[in-house]
Design a protein around this ligand. Sequence first.
Ligand code: SF4
Length: 177
Amino acid sequence: MYEDLNKIYEKCLNCQKCRLGQTRNNIVFSDGVPNPKLMLIGEAPGFYEDKEGKPFVGKAGQLLDKIFASVGLTRKRDVYICNTVKCRPPENRNPEPAEKEACWEYLKAQSILGNVGGITKIRGKWYKGGDNVYGAKLMPIFHPSYLLRNDSRAKGSPKWLMWQDIQEIKREYEKLE
Ligand code: SF4
């Protein structure tokens, strides 16, 4: 599996399958452990991710790590992380359907999550992974930078939904232990 992921990563490095390839500084492929019980999928890399070539860094990454820590999880030990597209959309706009489609080859190889809709529709739900992740269950989540822009913790708010999601993730994780 590690070999497969390395091959996919190397292929990604020179990818120009969509126009995001023209403006990226770095491919943002993945972070975390490559043989996970849990995998988290964000929508797209942002400014800091593009700069460092790593998903969920900067303030958003710190918030994500706090969210993990709130339920005793850490990306270094428990989670494999990637995004629906591997290159940053300019000005942090949402990736377009054609861009997600172009990048689907890589996400499919990393996880196998169907192109089932936008993040608000698919977040908080479990999906079944493929052989590359040993059939792991997958849950898309809000990007933490979205949570930083939406400070409310009221019921139904993005932060509230994230809290529900991370607890659900932890519950599922505990079942696997
Ligand atoms: S976003 Fe994906 S498909 Fe588009 S250039 Fe980057 S790696 Fe290739």
